[in-house]
Design a protein around this ligand. Structure first.
Ligand SMILES: Nc1ncnc2c1ncn2[C@@H]1O[C@H](COP(=O)(O)OP(=O)(O)OP(=O)(O)O)[C@@H](O)[C@H]1O
Ligand SMILES: [Mg+2]
Length: 456
């Protein structure tokens, strides 16, 4: 094995036993006794796998799990013996696997090995697909609203150093978009550095951002360059900027105004050339009025706000398109499982409210593919009950305005496009005969659909 593991458990004897075990397996090990410490270590080291105890002194293990999962972490849970219910719930909220205490080392070995393998694959594959992506903003959607948004994003990205503020609910794709903005910018070959202002606190965060001189504080054994220096020439992504502590806000403001700062304990001004891209799912004007966020900093950041709409406000077409896209991405990552989404499952996806937005949609599809197993077409039965049970919660708007026939027409067209005009496969996926497909294509005037490259 090679790779890195983060251990989070409040029992020092468990931590040290596991640490010794993993070190012998030649893994790099980081250990934390509290949730807070664990999240900070995660943010800094981005370990391949995190082994997390569900019972922690300072925060609920499920909260920590969610935080790690939303950051793309692969998590294995440790639970008390017999607490299967919690474990199952945890796996549903994104844990890779769970182990009961006392830990059986042979079992642990197998589970961690598998998780490491998966984490490596995930990283590799996501790099591959990202590089292959020729139209990096296509994922935003094809509705008029989203195409306009994409055009704006492109303009902003191409501007050399304009500060960008990404706003939107959790899971709408702010982190996703920040990276694309960097890649579309003239700075694409320089570093893209990400820092989460809500998981790190105090001197820890200050030193991550600005760096420190040797001896600046007790733990400062060596000089350290901050992320702003690391990002020089590139982009720094300040995620959850709305959670930035008040005490650090003036220092960030000054950096934005002068593009210079001092390391903690330093006397020299360091100049950097970075583009700042910030994101928040908080209502910043409200935070300003409550005194949690400095008004002057808000205006500095708010030069070019870009708001990502929640999924429930997006068009039916956007959701269908996004579902196909995410599904294909997942299929490339883990080829086993269904090859397409069936029409009924797709209809169910468009009826649901998606409080967790794109992230939730992706998770639902990923889980559904696992549940479906060797089946060829994803069916409603593979979806979680809250989604199958959803009655049209997207308001009386777009869904009601589309007739069944129109839905059928769109769905056939999309499936055909998706399968590059292959009628035999399309008929199979739709669960109808080729003859039926043929007559429907006639009826809807779709005889040529899927055959032309620029067919919409
Ligand atoms: N347009 C898209 N196409 C493909 N994948 C997307 C798209 N938008 C978001 N995603 C994926 O959805 C998930 C959630 O997106 P992301 O983490 O960027 O959300 P966020 O707005 O930063 O949420 P939070 O506020 O919770 O940090 C990620 O896995 C991301 O890769
Ligand atoms: Mg994010």
């Amino acid at each position: 094995m090679n790779g890195s593991v983060l251990l989070i458990d409040d029992d020092p004897s468990v931590v040290s036993a596991l640490a010794r075990y993993f070190e012998r397996a030649r893994l790099e090990v980081f250990s934390a006794l509290t949730a807070e410490e664990g999240l900070q270590l995660y943010e800094i080291h981005r370990p391949d796998v995190t082994v997390l105890d569900l019972k922690l002194p300072d925060r609920s293990g499920l909260d920590v799990l969610q935080a790690l999962h939303s950051r793309g972490g692969t998590v294995i849970l440790l639970t008390a013996h017999g607490d299967i219910e919690t474990a199952v719930h945890a796996v549903k909220s994104g844990a890779e696997n769970f182990l009961t205490k006392p830990v059986d080392l042979a079992h642990l070995d197998a589970v961690v090995e598998r998780a490491l393998e998966k984490a490596r694959l995930k990283r590799f594959r996501s790099r591959m697909t990202e590089i292959d992506d020729e139209r990096p903003l296509a994922g935003l959607g094809t509705s008029k609203r989203m195409r306009e948004l994409a055009a704006k994003v492109k303009r902003v990205a191409e501007a050399e150093r304009t500060t960008v503020l990404l706003l939107g609910e959790s899971g709408t794709g702010k982190g996703w978009l920040a990276e694309r903005i960097h890649r579309l910018s003239p700075r694409a070959d320089a570093p893209f550095v990400e820092i989460n202002c809500s998981t790190l606190t105090g001197t820890f965060l200050e030193s991550e951002l600005f760096g420190h001189q040797k001896g600046a504080f007790t733990d400062a054994k060596n000089m350290k360059r901050g992320m702003l220096e690391v990002a020089d020439g590139g982009t720094i992504f300040l995620d959850e900027v709305g959670d930035l502590e008040l005490s650090l806000q003036p220092k960030l403001l000054k950096m934005l105004e002068s593009r210079s700062f001092r390391r903690i304990g330093g006397t020299r001004e360091i100049n950097v050339d970075v583009r700042v891209c910030a994101a928040s799912n908080r209502d910043l004007p409200q935070a300003v009025s409550k005194g949690d966020f400095r008004e002057d900093l808000f205006y500095r950041l708010n030069v070019m706000p870009i708001a990502l709409p929640p999924l429930r406000e997006r068009s039916l077409d956007d959701i269908v398109e996004l579902s196909h896209r995410l599904f294909d991405e997942l299929m490339r990552e883990f080829p086993r499982g269904p090859r397409s989404i069936g029409s009924e499952a797709l209809a169910a996806l468009t009826r649901y409210r998606w409080p967790g937005n794109v992230r939730e949609l992706r998770n639902v599809l990923e889980r559904a593919r696992i549940v479906a197993g060797a089946v060829d077409v994803l069916q409603p039965a593979h979806l979680p009950p809250e989604i199958i049970g959803a009655t049209d919660v997207r308001g009386t708007g777009q869904v009601a305005l589309v007739s069944m026939e129109e839905m059928e027409k769109r769905h056939i067209k999309r499936t055909l496009l998706h399968l590059k005009g292959n009628r035999t496969r399309t008929a199979k996926v739709l669960g109808i005969s080729r003859a039926t497909l043929h007559s429907k294509l006639n009826k809807y005037g779709l005889e040529r659909a899927g055959l032309e490259a620029d067919d919409k």
